[in-house]
Design a protein around this ligand. Structure first.
Ligand SMILES: [Fe+2]
Ligand SMILES: [Fe+2]
Length: 218
């Protein structure tokens, strides 16, 4: 499904620019250019938010609910929507601190919400790539939906994307930062709270039967 393929490809850049933001904030205090921080914010708000998250919410998640009958008020969709909202809130906190003086204390204040944002973003991308996205096309196809519409970037979204690519070239992510990555449902903060995991939320009777058969058949 083309939209899902597009969204998954967009994750690669968004994920990498997250690492670039951490690299930008790991440079010695006093060296940060506020214009770079502002460019990171434009990338995450306009490209990751207005373009990427919005197409997930307005097209993919709507189709999963309306065409595939999946719940939107709990389970994986509710979890992904809550993540989008939480990440937007963290970006607002970064934006509120972007003009702080770049001394030790100012940098530490800025790094706190920025790091929380990047870690939330990585976790979210992993959950979508490993748990949610692989389930979308087969579930929609079963309900007769083979393709979903997408849309082109607006000029603002496109220029934010170009800025992200340029920032990534200048601030190469450190592999060390990747150590925090979790995997799938197990590391998700919603697991056991508002979501019992994809299988319990979405699987139907015959999917469970099939699992039983597989287990019984060895
Ligand atoms: Fe998302
Ligand atoms: Fe996504």
């Amino acid at each position: 499904m083309q939209l899902v393929d597009e969204l998954q490809r967009e994750h690669d850049l968004i994920d990498a620019v997250g690492g670039a933001l951490l690299a930008h904030l790991a440079a010695p205090p006093g060296t940060r250019r506020a214009a770079d921080t502002a460019a990171f914010l434009r990338f995450f708000r306009a490209y990751a938010g207005d373009f990427h998250h919005a197409r997930e919410e307005d097209i993919l998640f709507v189709a999963l609910q309306e065409r595939a009958g999946l719940p939107g008020d709990r389970g994986p969709i509710a979890t992904m929507l809550a993540d989008h909202r939480r990440m937007a809130g963290l970006l607002d906190r970064v934006a509120a601190l972007q003009d702080e003086p770049d001394d030790e204390a100012g940098r530490a204040r800025l790094r706190e919400p920025a790091t929380a944002y990047v870690h939330a973003l990585w976790h979210h991308i992993d959950a979508e790539n490993s748990v949610l996205f692989p389930e979308c096309a087969p579930r929609l196809a079963r309900n007769g939906v083979k393709e979903l519409p997408s849309r082109a970037m607006t000029p603002e979204e496109s220029s934010a994307r170009a800025e992200g690519e340029e920032l990534l070239a200048r601030f190469p992510p450190s592999p060390r930062d990747q150590i925090v990555r979790g995997d799938g449902c197990i590391m998700c903060p919603a697991f056991g709270e508002t979501c019992r995991g994809l299988e319990h939320e979405w699987w139907n009777e015959w999917e469970w039967d099939e699992l039983d058969d597989r287990m019984a058949g060895g």
